[in-house]
Write a protein that binds this ligand. Structure first.
Ligand SMILES: Nc1ncnc2c1ncn2[C@@H]1O[C@H](COP(=O)(O)OP(=O)(O)OP(=O)(O)O)[C@@H](O)[C@H]1O
Ligand SMILES: [Mg+2]
Length: 258
């Protein structure tokens, strides 16, 4: 139902099933993301392409991290690996207490539904559903009875109480991204992954979305991983990870908080 990510990708569904059927205990002091020696190699017409190379990182819970780097350096691919939408070819991936290498596709979808919210540059809303239905969707997949009440509440938090019954095509870009933000956060995920969430918005609207993103993250105590080309935006995160050619080339800790 959701569009594919990038030209070649066929991602697994973002949400599926009930999270209570998948009960991995989460230890609070553990890092929320741990990657060890991760390689991602994908097939292309020209043969195998090394997308991520020997990548290791550890992100503490509650942190805000910007991933920056030139186009093609592997930022989106890294986010996809963290989301379990792309499987590492080698190495270990542990996210929110889930060891991704030991999970089936269904297990990955359940882990994602339980612990991860994702925001894309191009919103990825379901066009035939209203704002309220889009936000309620991940809760409905989990079989939660109060999906619509919670969707309404969260749309209020992002300032869209007056747009509940609008379809995506009837919303501005900034409004669509606010719906996408509400959808990503409605399940109260521990981890929020955002891939250039302001890339399709004008400067002012983009800044509003970013302010909202940081304030929701702080209020929820979630961990935020933000891919961005905007260095000033990156500086608002606690940590900046710089990528080039599928590798981490620099990590700057303790940058100015928002
Ligand atoms: N399915 C695929 N098969 C083969 N190569 C791929 C595939 N997906 C991505 N790539 C290649 O992997 C590299 C990293 O892509 P990725 O989308 O992660 O870059 P990025 O840093 O997010 O770039 P941008 O800033 O332009 O969004 C690119 O060279 C891209 O062409
Ligand atoms: Mg990208």
């Amino acid at each position: 139902m959701l569009p594919s990510i990038g030209k070649f990708r066929q991602p697994a569904p973002l949400f599926r099933g009930a999270p209570h059927t998948y009960g991995v205990p989460v230890i609070a002091s553990e890092p929320v993301i741990e990657l060890a020696n991760v390689d991602l190699t994908l097939a292309s017409r020209a043969g195998q392409v090394a997308i991520l190379r020997d990548l290791s990182l550890s992100i503490p819970a509650g942190d805000s991290v910007a991933i920056v780097g030139p186009s093609g350096s592997g930022k989106t691919s890294l986010l996809m690996v963290m989301a379990g939408l792309e499987r590492a070819t080698a190495g270990h991936v542990k996210v929110a207490g889930h060891d991704f290498s030991h999970l089936s596709e269904d297990g990955l979808a359940l882990a994602r539904g339980a612990s991860i919210g994702i925001v894309f540059q191009s919103f990825h809303l379901v066009p035939t559903m209203t704002a309220q239905e889009n936000v309620a969707l991940p809760l409905q997949f989990r079989g939660e009875a109060d999906a619509f009440e919670r969707a309404t509440e969260l749309l209020g938090e992002v300032g869209l109480s007056h747009r509940l019954t609008h379809f995506p095509a009837q919303l501005s870009g900034g409004e669509q991204q606010r719906v996408a933000l509400a959808r990503a956060l409605v399940t109260r995920p521990r981890l929020l992954l955002a891939d250039e969430p302001t890339g399709n918005l004008d400067g002012k609207t983009g800044r509003q979305i970013v302010d909202l993103l940081f304030s929701l993250q702080a209020r929820r105590g979630a961990t935020l991983i933000l891919v961005t080309h905007d260095e000033r935006l990156a500086e608002r995160c606690h940590r900046v990870i710089r990528m080039a050619d599928g590798r981490i080339i620099e990590t700057i800790d303790g940058t100015v908080a928002a």
